[in-house]
Design a protein around this ligand. Structure first.
Ligand code: ADP
Length: 542
């Protein structure tokens, strides 16, 4: 067969050629803008050319600090279209982490949304590799800023060549994108995506038993474009000629609901907190959600109650998926097999609340205490992955050695696998509670706690224990309406659901659970807080 390289710019060329009329609807700081793929193609070519004129060379990194909008989408193709590497930066990271990753990636140019200029200004003296800043704004004038040299995105485009030819003399294994994942300890770790990985991952998003993204869809990535490339949706959607809706800056559940209804979105993707917010909005307002054929949800576990609410109350099919920055990210997705459609509603829901099965193209191994685990839905082990869109190292980082071994990615996620090969994430290895040589899933305990009518949120962590090594401790935030709920009430509530040795040794009541920049529980901070201040008055054992 022909050895034709798989290259990112060819995806945009397809959209320009065959789907020139299809559109990208973009909510920006100043309104809503619509461009078709012919226009997006032309603007992207201008941008590629402008970057070349700014001196960006093949292999060099170009950073973005931006929300989801059409200009960000253009950088997705303009940068790899020049053979350079698109580095999407998490705008919610602490400024010292942002300067760390810009320096570590050695970004040469930074694209910045106007509202994020102050963030970059505050660290500007710590960015020696950056030679140019480009502000993405709808305004005519360049905003005042002490960043230098500062370019206006639209003015750069005006000077660019609309028929610029994308670079094609490229190895498909050359880097096209890059993203840093927040580490639990130490600095963020960089993952570099090749052209080949992005193209193959996009293909996987289009498979009928996967996300089934197609030209017929109107796709809205709510997941940020700096979070594992908005799960690869912008790349795939362009390639397939899918209409896209970009939700822009500072969106609220109302904005999301309005956009979904007005643009007749068919597929939207985001983390569970987004969908919990939308559910509340749907309860309060009146929206026509009849266009939506599926919501894609990943990043952390989707509670079963939420899946049920979307499907039974609002008739919106819900697809649970799993992945990580290191895996492009899509690797596991929950769909019923043909013969599983026959079960009761509750049985079907139980299957779909799990993370699901591997998408074609990816392989797994699950290693427990005694080697590969049995597929019995009980035995727990760490999930190992390999495949053409799985990273095989961290960018210039010695932590590569502990995560990538023998050709496998050690995900750090502990799972069970049932007879059907369906995966359920039970914990992160570092959060699993190892009590007397046995494992306790903090996630299972948390889910049970959060089903208590008076509990708003709950996290369970391991505390060191002399006899048992570790024991679970439940940290609980009560709902405002809760009255006189005691530790014993909570333990009594858990008792019938778990073996005795799984029950937490103690329950502490907190005002809130510390969270990461992407809304996940920050258990390290919680453990530190508890170990140091266990007897502190801010923690009250009622
Ligand atoms: P980080 O959390 O380090 O910022 P990622 O966004 O790449 O970076 O997170 C990947 C992790 O998120 C996975 O290793 C897993 O622990 C968790 N995760 C992702 N999807 C799910 C899911 N559907 N259910 C449970 N956990 C998930």
């Amino acid at each position: 067969m022909m050895n034709v390289p798989l290259l990112v710019p060819t995806m945009l060329e397809r959209a320009e050629k065959y789907y020139g009329k299809k559109t990208v609807i973009s909510r920006t700081a100043d309104g809503k803008k619509t461009h078709n793929y012919k226009e997006i193609g032309e603007r992207t070519r201008r941008l590629s050319n402008a970057l070349e004129k700014l001196g960006v060379k093949q292999g060099e990194r170009v950073g973005t600090l931006a929300w989801n909008h059409h200009r960000h989408l253009e950088t997705y193709f303009a940068v790899p279209g020049l053979g350079a590497v698109l580095h999407t930066i998490n705008i919610r990271l602490a400024p010292n982490h942002i300067s760390y990753i810009v320096n570590h990636a050695e970004d040469k140019v930074l694209f910045i949304d106007e509202d994020l200029l102050p963030l970059v200004e505050s660290i500007k003296d710590q960015l020696p590799t950056v030679e140019a800043f480009v502000v993405m704004t709808d305004k005519e004038e360049l905003p005042s800023s002490n960043l230098e040299p500062l370019y206006h995105y639209e003015k750069l485009l005006e000077d660019g060549d609309p028929s610029f030819e994308f670079v094609k003399e490229l190895d498909e294994n050359a880097p096209a994108g890059m993203c840093y994942t927040s580490a639990t300890t130490g600095n963020p770790k960089g993952v570099v995506y090749s052209h080949r990985a992005i193209v193959l991952h996009s293909m996987a998003l289009g498979l009928a038993d996967s996300a089934a993204l197609s030209e017929n869809d109107v796709a809205m990535p709510v997941v940020p474009m700096f979070h594992a490339n908005a799960w690869g949706i912008p790349f795939a959607a362009v390639w397939f000629g899918t209409t896209q809706v970009m939700p822009g800056p500072y969106f609220t559940p109302k904005i999301i609901a309005d956009l979904m209804a007005s643009e007749k979105v068919t597929i939207a993707a985001g983390v569970p907190t987004i969908w919990l917010g939308l559910l509340k909005e749907l309860e309060e307002g009146s929206y026509d959600m009849s266009s939506v054929t599926r919501i894609l949800c990943g990043g952390s576990a989707a509670p079963k109650g939420m899946i049920r609410a979307f499907e039974s109350t609002y008739k919106i099919p819900f697809v649970h998926a799993y992945g990580m920055t290191e895996t492009s990210p899509l690797v596991v997705l929950s769909r019923l097999k043909s013969y599983q459609q026959e079960g009761t509603e509750e049985e079907r829901l139980d299957i779909r609340a799990k993370q699901g099965s591997l998408v074609p193209g990816v392989e797994m191994k699950v290693i427990g205490k005694d080697g590969e685990v049995a597929w019995d839905g009980q035995e727990m082990g760490e999930l190992l992955l390999r495949g053409p869109w799985i990273a095989d190292e961290y960018y210039k980082d010695e932590r590569t050695a502990s995560t990538f071994k023998d050709g496998w990615l050690y995900t750090g996620d502990v799972v069970t696998v049932d007879e059907e090969g369906i995966i359920k994430i039970v914990d992160r290895t570092k959060d699993l509670i190892k009590s007397g040589g046995e494992w306790i899933s903090s996630v299972d305990l948390e889910n049970a706690l959060m089903a208590h009518p008076d509990i708003f949120e709950a996290a369970v962590v391991a505390l060191p224990h002399e006899q048992w090594q570790e024991r679970p401790l439940a940290c609980v935030v009560l709902k405002e309406s809760a009255e006189n709920v005691t530790k014993d009430d909570i333990l009594e509530f858990l008792r019938p659901q778990f073996a005795k040795w799984w029950l937490p040794d103690d329950v502490v009541f907190l005002k809130e659970i510390p969270k990461t920049s992407v809304g996940k529980f920050l258990k390290r901070a919680l453990r530190d807080q508890l170990e140091t201040h266990y007897k502190d008055s801010s923690l009250t054992n009622q």
